[in-house]
Design a protein around this ligand. Sequence first.
Ligand SMILES: C[S@@+](CC[C@H](N)C(=O)[O-])C[C@H]1O[C@@H](n2cnc3c(N)ncnc32)[C@H](O)[C@@H]1O
Length: 359
Amino acid sequence: MSTIEQPLEIDGEKLMQFVFRAVDEVGATLNAALVVMGDKLGLYRALARTGGLTPEELAQRTGTAERYVREWLNAQAAGGFVSYDPVSGLYVLPPEQTVALTDPASPAYLPGFFQIALGSVIDSPKIVERARSGDGFGWHEHVHDVHEGCERFFRPGYNAHLIAEWLPALEGVVEKLERGAFVADVGCGHGASTILMAQAFPNSQFVGSDYHEVSVETARRRAEEAGVSDRVQFQVAPAATYTGDGYDLVTMFDCLHDMGDPVGAARHVRSTLKPDGTWMIVEPNAGDRIEENLNPVGRAYYAFSTLLCTPASLSQEVGLALGAQAGEAQIRDVVETGGFSRFQRVAETPFNLVFEARP
Ligand SMILES: C[S@@+](CC[C@H](N)C(=O)[O-])C[C@H]1O[C@@H](n2cnc3c(N)ncnc32)[C@H](O)[C@@H]1O
């Protein structure tokens, strides 16, 4: 059957509106590289709390070349990341940008978000190939900026919510952790969540695991630096075979949907938990229906999902490829198929959903 091509009726004004929106997006795409540049060269940190600097002064303080710094500052000023005073010729980092771009302790800290985005874009030619072949692309195959950016992106949210809100939302878990519990943090990456829990609950023992060896080595280093190595161990293991049993709590932070076989992982969690144990699952915030996710957070997550999460799952056995916007209904299905009888949503932030599963 042949299709008859319909002539397009173009609204010139709408076309130009779309073109100018695209100009903004191209600027934003390039700005991801500039934010990472500013972060790595210390430009934001040097600019912070100064009341304003000239390009010469900023270059001097950071040991960088003035001509590059001047161009970078103008791009930052055009995008509203810094402000420019044409009378004094000074560039100022406003207080809110100072927090978001230089304070790793703030939940609003952004450099890691840009770093993982830029790393994903750097690897995108490989994803173009895989989209043709249908093959996956493993988490371990990505550039370092993806792994480090992930840690730096998620940690501020864990700092803000994990100990204060998410763990207390689980029935009886904080009491167990205070007394001394046995905890597995599966798919732990660089161990940000494992270390945070170990700092808060010194009577408990923690086993972090991840299939990515290089991430596990970093996690071990981070635990030593944080002074919690006495109660934290890390092992290189996929979620289907991490060792130990009799766990009071198993946690998975932003990794269940990355796994090829999340149902297999759920079965293994079930087999390693105590009968009254708890599985805490932290996943990206998403509605069950596509149209609920057509917003800025959903946009960023669908994009990460295309470049990172979906290829990661497809690279593993089964390759279920839930995607980063799986939503509660699909996660519930995985958990119940894996042998859990109780499942509920216990907390939520604009970026995350937190679930409690019990045997
Ligand atoms: C988005 S990162 C999250 C890392 C960490 N949980 C965090 O919140 O910073 C996903 C992690 O899942 C790990 N991962 C993916 N598939 C896995 C599997 N089958 N078993 C164990 N870890 C896996 C990756 O190596 C990666 O560290």
